[in-house]
Design a protein around this ligand. Structure first.
Ligand SMILES: NC(=O)c1ccc[n+]([C@@H]2O[C@H](COP(=O)([O-])OP(=O)(O)OC[C@H]3O[C@@H](n4cnc5c(N)ncnc54)[C@H](O)[C@@H]3O)[C@@H](O)[C@H]2O)c1
Length: 268
């Protein structure tokens, strides 16, 4: 390990179980010397095993619903108290679509569900940024990352309303990232990750086909959760100081391939 995050303090949202991208990120950040608080929705505390991760990484867990500004305000205040100063890195690793969960087709949405999923998956990122900004809680040259997926740019029929949520999320990263960069010298980016076998990922209809196809298309194959954690560590480090307002494709090259030879062979 390289001590890339030595002396840095952070907040990691969204570690539910050992498959979560946020879980792997917390483990890697810990190995690189960063300290952090872990947070998740109060309901997730009962579902997952975040306390195991907390024990392993010496982190405290603060429950917070990322759609609640009040919860976020308390979380950020407490995080600064516990960690002993302002924040250097934040991972937003949150996604949920009620339409996906209930099996509603994209052409037959329940708009209460649409709004709930949008609030959790996308607006929550604006809320996190706004609370951090207003509280002046970030150190200069800090780094904020949210996780996205390529359905924000291209059609993946079963990704459903999460495609729209991701497009919104990426736009928030750019729009808020402008003000965070100009006013506070903080960078804001999204990482657009390969399909990954996690609770949220596997909730998407046809996920097994989806992940296998991407793996055959990408010259490097799919990026794993651990690969994503490593990339995120680099984005939290001082080595990527001048990268901001970007949607960073972390997909083994998938996004720039028209068709791969392996996929072609299936049709010949
Ligand atoms: N798995 C994939 O294929 C894939 C690909 C690209 C991007 N992503 C994105 O990565 C991120 C992490 O997902 P994951 O795949 O690790 O799955 P995951 O299910 O492990 O993580 C999703 C997390 O969101 C949390 N969450 C839901 N509602 C919340 C709320 N109201 N407040 C706070 N937290 C809440 C859940 O408790 C959970 O910990 C998501 O943004 C997801 O869309 C996933």
């Amino acid at each position: 390990m390289y001590n890339l995050l030595k002396g840095k303090r952070g907040i990691i949202f969204g570690a539910l179980d050992e498959n979560s991208i946020a879980w792997k990120t917390a483990e890697r950040v810990h190995e690189e010397g960063g300290v952090f608080v872990l947070t998740n929705a109060p309901a997730a505390m009962r579902l997952g095993n975040i306390s195991d991760l907390a024990l392993k990484t010496g982190a405290q867990v603060i429950p917070a619903d990322a759609t609640s500004v009040t919860d976020l305000e308390k979380l950020i205040e407490q995080a600064m108290d516990i960690l002993g100063g302002k924040i250097d890195f934040v991972l937003h690793s949150i996604g949920m679509s009620v339409n996906v969960r209930k099996g509603n087709h994209y052409t037959n949405q329940n708009y209460d569900f649409t709004q709930k999923g949008w609030n959790v998956s996308a607006v929550s990122f604006h809320k996190v940024l706004q609370v951090l900004y207003k509280k002046d809680a970030m150190n200069e040259w800090g780094s904020i990352v949210a996780l996205s997926y390529m359905a924000a740019q291209r059609v993946f029929p079963d990704y459903n309303d999460m495609a729209d949520n991701k497009a919104f999320l990426e736009s928030v990263a750019r729009s808020f990232g402008y003000f965070f960069g100009r006013d506070k010298k903080v960078r804001v980016n999204t990482i657009s990750q390969s399909p990954t076998a996690t609770k949220a990922g596997q909730g998407v209809k046809g996920f097994n086909g989806f992940i296998a196809f991407a793996d055959k298309m990408a010259p490097l194959g799919n990026a794993s959760a651990l690969d994503c954690a490593n990339y995120t560590v680099s984005m939290f480090s001082d080595l990527t100081k001048m990268v901001t307002l970007q949607n960073l494709l972390h997909d083994g090259g998938f996004s720039n391939v028209g068709v791969s030879q392996e996929v072609m062979e299936m049709f010949e």
